[in-house]
Design a binder for this molecule. Sequence first.
Ligand code: UD1
Length: 417
Amino acid sequence: MSVILIEGGKKLSGALTVQGAKNSVLPMLAATVLCPGVCCMKGCPELSDVETAGQIIRRLGGEVHREGPDLVVDTRNISACEIPRELMCRMRSSVMFLGAILARCGEAVCSQPGGCDLGPRPIDLHLHALRALGAQIKEENGRLHCRCGKLRGAEIFLQIPSVGATENAMLAACQAEGTTVISNAAREPEIVELQDFLRAMGASVRGAGSATVVIEGRKKLHGCTHLVRPDRIVAATYLCAAAATGGCVCLRRAEYRHMASVLCVLQGSGCDVRSDGCGICLKSSGRLRAVPPVRTSPYPGFPTDAQAIMMAALLRSKGSTVFVETLFSDRYRHVPQLQKMGAQIRTRGQTAIVTGTENLHGTAVQATDLRGGAALIVGGLQAEGITRVEQIHHIERGYADIVGDLAGLGACIYTEK
Ligand code: UD1
C-alpha cells in the first residue's frame, strides 16, 4: 500500500496549472451515454473516479480511451443497461448514469452508489426526479430496476438543491418529450458546465447557475468536444496549503468568481489573494489569524468539500475559528487524525472549534475520505518532522498528482510505494 511522506515547514512558491474538475467530468461522462456519438473531454484529469466512470461506459458497450491529456468516449454501440454492484459502490457519481441510461435505453438496473462516507447519503431526490419524468422504479435485493415507456417533461421541485439530483434530472430530461422545469436546482458551477456540455451535444437547456433549470427534451443529440474547467476544490487545497505554510503561489486557470467564498475566508485570515487575469495568486506570511464562523452551504456559500482543507489551514492560526457543517452529518472524520498531529479541535455535533497551536508534529495518519485526506496533507506541510499519510487511495479519487504539484511548489513530499 502506497503512503505519502511529508517533511513539514517548507514555504510554497511558484506557479501551477490546476487540473480539470472531477465533479464536472463525472456527470459529463454520464451525459455521453445519452446519444450515439463520439465525445472528446479535453484536459480530463487522470483520477481513479474517472477510470471507474470509463469502466461503467465500457460495461454498457461503449469505448473509452486516452489521447494524452484528453479522454475520448465512443457511445455508438451502447446496448447494455446494467451497472454491476462492484462498480456502483466505488463512487457516488455512478448514480449519475441512471438518468442517462434510462433516457437512452428505456431501462436501467443499478444498486445504491458508494462514495466518501460522510454520513447517510440517500438518493431519494434522484429517484423522485426520475419518477416525475415517468420512470417506474422498484428496489429488489438491493438492486434498483428502472423502466420507462416514454419519458415526459415535468415540473420537478427538489426539497434540497442537490447537485447530483439536479444533474440526474437534467440528463434524463434531455430525452423526455416536452418541457422540464427543475425548481430549487443546485447552482454550482459544475451544473453550468453540464449545461454547456449538453448544449454542445445539441440539447436545449437554460437557467443553470440559477435555481430554475429548463430543458426542452428530445432534441437530436450528437457527440462534441469540451474543454474541462479547472477544479475549484483542488485549487482551494493548494491555496490553503500555501496560506498555512507561507509563500507565494499562482494557480493558472483557477477561477476567482467560482471560489469567492473560500477566497474571502483566506483574505480574512490575513492572506493577500488576487486574480491576475490568468488565475489566482496568493501571498501569505504563514502566520494566519482566526476568522469569523465558516458555515458550509450550497453554492455560492462555503463549499462543504473545502471545510476540512480550510480547517487544516487554520491549525496554527492566532485565535479560534468555529466551523459549522450543514450538509453532511459525519464530515469531521479527519479531526481525530489532525488531533494525532497535535491539532487543538473540539467537535460537538455539526460544530467544530479550531484553536491555533504552535505544536503540530508529524506522525502516522490515515485518510478517511477524499477531502479529509487532502486536509491531512495540508496539516503535514505545517508540522514539525515527518507526517506519514496512509490510505491514500481516497485522495487519488480526486487529485491527479497532489504530490507532484506540491513538490513542484517546493514542498518536501513524496510517495513511498
Ligand atoms: C456533490 C459533490 C460532492 C459535494 C456535494 C455537496 C459530485 C460528484 N459530488 O455530491 O463533492 O460534497 O455535492 O456540495 O459532484 N440529499 C438527499 N437526497 C438525495 C440527494 C442528496 O437528502 O437524493 C442530501 C445529501 O445527503 C446532502 C445534500 O442533499 O445532505 C446535498 O447533497 P448533494 O448536493 O446531492 O451532493 P452530491 O451530489 O452527492
